[in-house]
Structure formats: C-alpha cells, structure tokens
Design a protein around this ligand. Structure first.
Ligand SMILES: Cc1ncc(COP(=O)(O)O)c(C=O)c1O
Length: 470
C-alpha cells in the first residue's frame, strides 16, 4: 500500500468517491437532528452507550496506512452518535450557537480550497473576504473608521489580543517600550474590571503577564453589572475591562458611563455574545456608548451562528494591535493590502473569514436584526414559561440568557441531572449568588416555539421526578 500511497491519494482527488461518501454521511447526520421522525430522534446529549462506543478509538498508533472508507465509517458509526446536537433547536448549553446551512456549505467549499489565511500572498481570497468582513462589522457595530479586525479562534483569543494591545499602549503611556525592554521590570498598569468578568479575561490577563494582585475588582449589582459608583480613580495608566453580556444573566455593563469615566484609559469590551445587540434597534440600547471603547472581543460562532471557530478582535488603534502581535521574517511577504496575520496571534490558520462572510452576506442587516430578536424573544418566552411552571427566575431576561432554579438547592441539582439524562434538551449548571442555578442559553437560530414547549415540559418532568426522588 505504501508504494501507491500518493497515487491512491491523487486518485481520490480525481475520483471523488470518498468526498461523496463524506457528503452522504453528513446528510444522514443532519437528518438525525433536523428531520428525524419522533421515534428516531436522537438525544441532544449522547447517551452512555454512545459514549462507550468511543472506546473504539483507543488503539495503538497504526503501523500501516489505513483504508479511507473504513476511516469515514468509523467516524460516522462511533463519532456521529457521540456528538452534541447543538445545530438543533434544543441545545441551551454554554453559549454555543448553531450554524446556518449557507455558512456550513461555504465552509465546506473553503475546506476544499484549504487556504492559509496568513497573508495576501498565501490566500488572496481569504484576505479579501476578511477585509470585507472588517468593513461590514465596523458598520454593524458603529465603530470608528480606524478600527481593525483580527479573525481569531474565539473570544478567548480575541480578548488576549485586545489586552496585549492595551498593555503595550498603556506601558507606552507610562514611558516604557515593551517591545524593546520586555515586561520584566516594567511599571505596572492598573487593571480595573468587574467582579463578574468572564473567566477567559483572567486567563488572557495571566497570559500577558498580570497576576491576581494586579487586579482592582469592581463590585457588581444583583444582575452582574459593574457598579460605576464603585469604580476607582482612573487615569491613563489603567486598563478597564467591561462586559457586554454576562454569561449567567446576559446583563450588560453600563458601557457609556464606564467609557466616559475611564477618560484616557484603554477600555476593552468583552462582548462575546452580547456585542451583537448592536444589530437590532430593540437591543442596541444595551450597548449604548460601546463605540467609545478602544477594543472589543466578540464571537461569530455564538449569537451569529457561524460554524466554529470564529472569533473577532476589533481594535480602534491598529498600530497598537499590530505592535502587540507583530511578526517578521525574511520570507514573509507583506503586501500593499491588508494582511490578515498582522492582526492575529497566529500566522498560519484556516480562512474563517469565509464562513463569516457567507453568514453576513446571507443574513444582511435585516437578517441579523431578525436573528437577535428571535433569540431574545425565545429566551424571554422560556423564562416566562419556566416561571409559570414554578421555577425561580434569577435574572431579568434582557438578552438571550435565562437563569433559573428550583425551590431549593438539592432539588435544583438533582433536577438538572435528570434533565441532562432525559436528553430532550440540554442545559448546563452554574452558581449564582452562592447557589446552584441552571443556565438556559438561547443561541440557536433553529429554536422554535415547539422546542421551547418541549423543553419546558422536560424541565417540569425532571423537577417532579427530583421532588418525588425518582
Ligand atoms: C462573556 C464571555 N466571554 C468570553 C467567552 C469565551 O469565548 P470563547 O469560548 O469563544 O473563547 C464567553 C463564552 O461563553 C463568554 O460568554
């Protein structure tokens, strides 16, 4: 086999049987989620027997070449059942979006292109579509003309990039050239952030050299919004990190006030899912004033429902971003046009701007408005119906997150375990004000009224079983 390995490979590109097979298997998979008869429906989270099927992958690294057909069969037979059905309408875990078919289809095409989005020199089409997305995003979010966008794997990477730019700029304000002198012995910028900042903000801060002792944490109100009356004095030696969309309650920090109190300090906004509020006049007031910040991180794979992985760092000061993520080498070809790798931590990466472009081109401004409104309306309906069923609603449902609990801690925990086991829908748990709560994150375009009805019924049944000790 090894002798004809490359001949067989060339044949596969010409003959396409393997690609047709992958397409057929993918279609079978889609049908289990989007048009299965009720008795054939799969559970949203894989049951134990599907998970135990994963043991088939535990084998020693093969000595010889594998059979391509068998590889795809193995993936479909044991891999597909062990997936989480998050492209459907009843997955409410984390803040995981579904994917629009056109985005997935564009990604398939782009997968075949297999582009390296580093530079114009490695992929003119990837560079072009990122430049178009940059312009459209600035327009949608109402950001300053100077704003540059970097297309990264997710908000974690976007926040890391934005805060690296903030750190370099702030140190420069303090008379320290980090690129020349490094971070050791540098003066210390003050980091000001809400008590409810997302865990990935702390990770990003630690990656760029800040420890817990460097942080000034601002208390939040009962919904998780930063209390501006508790902000410390701020000057140009500070980096302020605000949040557009709390992962538990969906609440938004008062961005306008924070930006105005921050004066000359760098303000970064973590808007992983919430920044998209700007796309609907009904929800745009939640992000009022956000354009006054200096950098913003956001995910398209959340609210916008692009496929994974699709995060974006937007930065009003392209020079600071490029300086933080700079990379040079004799063989690197920077052209006259925008080169994607200038704005991202990575050099080589997939051309994620293509699926983002396809999603934005498909939805247009009116589609994004409809999508944001739909997710939020569904979340409100879910919250109301759960309340009607006797659940305690912990948050004002201002966006697409709903936080609920049963009458006591033990019932909440045991109800959640039953709900997850039942598999009609899937929700995760969290802790709010010291108590276990259930997060319902409505992030899929595919969620229908019926999905909500069925999920609410599953909640009530799980609670009743928990109370009855079954
Ligand atoms: C507010 C917030 N920030 C950051 C993140 C992390 O995003 P990612 O998983 O895309 O890195 C999340 C994820 O849910 C989030 O809700």
């Amino acid at each position: 086999m090894t002798a004809d390995l490359f001949e067989t490979t060339l044949f596969q590109y010409r003959d396409k049987t393997i690609f047709n097979k992958a397409r057929d298997l993918a279609f079978d998979y889609m049908d289990t989620i989007h048009q299965a008869a009720p008795e054939q429906e799969r559970l949203v989270f894989p049951p134990p027997e599907s998970l135990s099927g994963l043991e088939v992958f535990d084998e020693p690294f093969p000595e010889t070449c594998g059979d391509t057909d068998a590889i795809l069969d193995l993936l479909h037979t044991h891999g597909s059942p062990a997936t989480v059905a998050q492209t459907g309408g009843r997955y409410f875990g984390f803040v995981n979006g579904s994917a629009f078919p056109v985005a997935l289809a564009a990604k398939w095409l782009a997968d075949v292109w297999d582009q390296n989005a580093a530079m114009n020199a490695t992929s003119p089409i990837a560079a072009k579509l990122e430049q178009v997305c940059e312009t459209w995003l600035k327009d949608l979010f109402g950001l300053p003309e100077t704003t540059a966008a970097g297309f990264v794997s997710g908000t974690s990477a976007a926040t890391f990039s934005g805060l690296a730019a903030a750190r370099n700029q702030t140190l420069s304000n303090m008379g320290w050239d980090i690129r020349k002198k490094g971070l050791f012995n540098a003066p210390r910028p003050r980091i000001i952030l809400g008590d409810q900042a997302h865990s990935t903000v702390f990770k990003a801060l630690s990656l760029i050299g800040f420890g817990m002792d460097d942080l000034e944490r601002v208390p939040c109100d009962s919904q998780g919004r930063m209390r501006t009356d508790r902000l410390p004095e701020i000057d140009e030696t500070c980096i302020v990190i605000a949040q557009a969309g709390n992962v538990n309650t969906g609440a938004f920090d008062p961005l306008e006030e924070i930006c105005s109190l921050a004066g000359d300090a760098w303000v970064h906004v973590d808007g992983a899912f919430g920044l998209w509020a700007a796309g609907s006049p009904d929800y745009a007031p939640l992000v009022r004033g956000m354009e006054k910040a200096d950098s913003w991180s956001v995910d398209a794979h959340k609210t916008l429902n692009t496929p994974y992985d699709c995060g974006i760092i937007l930065c009003r000061h392209p020079g600071a971003l490029v300086s933080a993520l700079q990379n040079s080498g004799d063989y690197i070809i920077y052209g006259d046009q925008r080169d994607p790798m200038l704005y991202t931590p990575e050099m080589s990466r997939r051309a994620r701007g293509i699926d983002l472009w396809a999603t934005m081109k498909f939805l247009g401004q009116s589609g994004i408005r409809a999508l944001v409104n739909r997710l939020c309306a569904n979340a409100k309906a879910m919250g109301q119906k759960l309340k009607d069923q006797g659940f305690t609603l912990h948050n004002e449902v201002v966006f697409n997150q709903v936080l609920v609990a049963c009458s006591d801690e033990t019932t909440t925990r045991s109800m959640l375990a039953r709900l997850q086991e039942d598999g009609t829908c899937w929700c995760g748990g969290s802790v709010w004000e010291g108590k276990t709560a259930i997060r319902v994150s409505v992030c899929s375009w595919a969620t229908t009224e019926e999905d909500i009805e069925r999920s609410v019924r599953a909640f009530a049944e799980a609670r009743d079983k928990a109370v009855a000790g079954q």
